[in-house]
Design a protein around this ligand. Sequence first.
Ligand code: AMP
Ligand code: ZN
Length: 113
Amino acid sequence: MDCLFCKIINGEVPSTKVYEDDLIYAFNDIAPQAPHHVILIPKQHIASANEITAENSACVAHIFEVIPKLAKELGFAENGYRVINNCGADGGQTVNHLHFHLVGGRQFGWPAG
Ligand code: AMP
Ligand code: ZN
């Protein structure tokens, strides 16, 4: 399968690893939008949030367990942060492997652009 994030998990495409376990992989975004910008992905290929089901959602719950740990480790938990999932064309998704952006280290505006 020609999936950039599967290639990152397999090591075919280099990345700066932030966290890894049996279920998930996290790495620094190549084009950071904040002082800290981590991408968290399930090791299982799930194309988008539209493909999350009762059968495969454990990795999503796990990602949300790891996020506060990383935020504390990286030093921005107390000030706050944002977790973003872009889904589909209107959502601005550019890589079709489910991923969550964890951004911190600055204040973010609302509503999203
Ligand atoms: P999205 O637009 O939500 O699909 O997010 C895809 C993200 O992947 C963007 O923030 C890109 O900067 C990031 N990205 C693309 N290629 C790479 C790469 N080789 N290594 C790290 N991050 C990447
Ligand atoms: Zn993939």
